[in-house]
Write a protein that binds this ligand. Sequence first.
Ligand code: 5RP
Length: 243
Amino acid sequence: MARMTTDSPSGAAQPALTPQEALKRAAARAALDELVDGTIVGVGTGSTVNHFIDVLAERQTRYRGAVSSSEASTRRMQALGIPVFDLNEVVDNGWPIPVYVDGADELNCDLEMIKGGGGALTREKIVAAAADRFICIVDRSKLVDMLGQFPLPVEVIPMARASIAARLRELGAQVTEREGFVTDNGNRILDAAGLRIERPAQLERAMNDWAGVVTVGLFAIKAADVALIATPEGVERRSRALD
Ligand code: 5RP
């Protein structure tokens, strides 16, 4: 179970932001306090992470650079002058990645997540696995009692699309292929709606074994270590019981 403390957002929201974007910005800004000076930061993908990239760009003296989880995040960081390193170079050199910061489509009380709404789930899982701690930044709309209301994204090798869709239907899902979408890795995304995911890590392990599945958008075997959940009252920090 998660332990809860409450922090105030460390910066004011910009006036032009909608209330929901202001919450995302507050969560993103709170993540700056989790960074380790002088190191590489892992950076996720999505609209909440875009806010994180923007606030990160204001703190360039404090970190060495970033490892990116998508072409979109790489472009945004490079446009703002943030050095983006190749993950292989970082690992080969033994440079630590103490923190990976990313959003989520759903987050439960054990800090397990559904991710992949933006289709970047494979690289997100790779960078998250290379980092010491996963910091999840969300607004409170992402909190759920049980994962599965958000359709579960599954990245598949194109020739396995029909067989994976059939297996998902056997689990009771309504499956749609994401129209016209090709991942950064050249694969397709199936979205599986209507699953009640009572044991996320068990389902993630099972689906990892399906031939043709590249990545399932469950992040439960390695859940978030810290969640920064923005509410109108402030940013709530939850961490897994181990720390
Ligand atoms: C992209 C993701 C995103 O983290 C997730 O979709 C949340 O995005 P947003 O911050 O835009 O709500 O997993 O693949």
